[in-house]
Write a protein of this length. Sequence first.
Length: 411
Amino acid sequence: MWKYRKLLISVVGGLGIIGVWSGGNGFPVDAAEGMTKDKKPLERAFPHSNKCKRCHERVFEEWEASPLSQSIHSAPFRVALDRYLDTERNRDRTFCFRCHAPHILEYPEQADHFTKEVQSRDPLIDGVGCAQCHLVNTVDSTVKPPHPHFALGKTVFGGYKKPVSNLAHQSKALDLFKSSTFCLMCHEALPDRDKEHQMPGLLGDWKNTQANQKGKACQSCHMPEQFGESANGERNRKVANHTFPGRLGKLQQEAAELDIQTEVKGKTSVVTVTLQSLVPHNLPLPHPGWVSVILDLTIKGKNLRKVYGENRVYTRVFADAKGKETVFDFEGVTVVKDTVLKPEETRVETFSFPTPKDAPSMDVIVTLRYEPVKGPSDFLKAIEQASSRGSKDPVFQSIDIVQKKINVLLK
Ligand code: HEC
Ligand code: HEC
Ligand code: HEC
Ligand code: HEC
Ligand code: HEC
């Protein structure tokens, strides 16, 4: 077994040296010298995820199924990027890429190349691929948003202290990879427009949550521990899931608890919903700016016909420099309304409505769900045109998070 493994490593690893950092001189490029003629070509400094796939098939397949592998591919991203570049001509062209394809930070002069890749609809460059995370060496948390520093050598960084050696890369464990700090570089906040317009962060007060005080980092929920191999043919051990469950996936069940109280007072009924968010950060996270979650109340009377509906909207509303409301957070200079559910918040919502007539009972159905994209009609039309699925693009669909249904006797 040991012999076999060693052989496997040397054969595959041997190819790896040629394949992963092909032709690279192997010397880490200092970020400050990034502009010198010694700068490696982009694709050598940040090997494509396909090159890691050969030895890390399990991780690759999980990542490929995750939203992260689509960070510069979606129609809404393409259309919103176009709008940013059109309307915000005097601003930084790397703005969106700093999180959606963060290797731009080392190659800011290639903003046009990145943009063309996105516009091609089928980018050949990675967005948030393996190297974009695993070459991060430190994160500077004193700036907003926190800024990653890459070490562009042949060492990959990770969270595992005892990786077996291989010939494709050196491995080094850093506590950073087990810490929320790592995720904050992209999830904490958008860069401010200027000093006068400081915008609130995306996550809310996540530090003072029970989850964080119990030592639960982002990874513990979004990269859940599982048992499996890390590299092909290696020993099974505890590994981190790379499908990044969030809006989709099992985490939904852990997002919120709903409690429903009803009171029938003759012609009027009152439903009180106690919604307890179990999420240790804002829900929804208010980027992109059009995101919203609603709490929907549906009442069904005789023959299960819907007789009443009402909802509450949890979202952040931005206004641009002229004071006009906008769904484009990158145009926003102020927040005019903020109803997102705060970390671990309990919210009580009361609805009153006419008691259904001639019915022996009513169904009270309460659903917490993500709403489809919203915004100006030319924007929605552009997404439809940009998407290979047209009006069936997932962004036009709502996603249920939790639902609760009770039946209330009326007489
Ligand atoms: C380099 C920037 C970057 C880093 C670092 C990063 N993310 Fe993300 N993350 C993104 C982007 C961009 C998306 C959106 C991808 C898309 O849908 O196009 C995303 C999406 C996600 C999603 C899916 C969201 C949804 O709506 O379902 C989860 C969950 C997530 N990230 C968790 C994490 C965690 C946990 C970490 C830290 C271990 C992390 N991310 C680190 C940029 C990053
Ligand atoms: C500070 C990092 C950061 C910046 C800057 C940023 N994004 Fe994002 N973006 C994210 C993260 C993280 C997500 C995933 C959010 C989630 O699911 O909660 C995301 C999600 C999105 C999504 C939804 C997922 C998708 O791919 O369709 C769109 C669209 C989007 N961003 C567009 C943009 C545009 C356009 C810009 C530039 C104007 C931009 N973003 C700038 C971090 C960033
Ligand atoms: C958004 C950032 C991010 C991306 C993208 C990402 N990883 Fe990871 N990866 C991490 C973090 C953080 C850990 C440590 C998680 C922990 O230990 O809790 C990790 C752990 C690992 C590990 C060691 C533990 C394990 O699960 O075996 C390997 C190997 C790995 N990643 C390979 C890859 C490969 C290959 C890709 C691309 C297909 C990739 N990663 C994409 C952030 C990322
Ligand atoms: C020739 C095969 C091979 C290739 C190609 C390869 N790796 Fe690995 N990698 C391994 C082996 C073997 C391990 C050790 C696994 C173990 O100990 O269970 C490993 C471990 C890792 C770890 C864990 C390190 C830690 O301390 O947590 C990370 C992260 C990682 N690789 C990322 C990558 C990335 C990113 C790429 C692509 C740029 C890549 N690997 C390409 C074979 C390879
Ligand atoms: C205790 C578990 C837990 C921890 C810790 C946690 N989250 Fe979440 N997160 C959730 C749940 C539950 C959801 C909601 C799932 C759903 O939408 O159905 C969620 C949703 C998300 C989403 C996608 C939903 C959206 O509204 O855009 C992102 C992105 C995300 N979390 C990032 C993070 C980051 C970054 C951290 C660390 C600062 C973190 N999470 C810490 C449980 C957790």
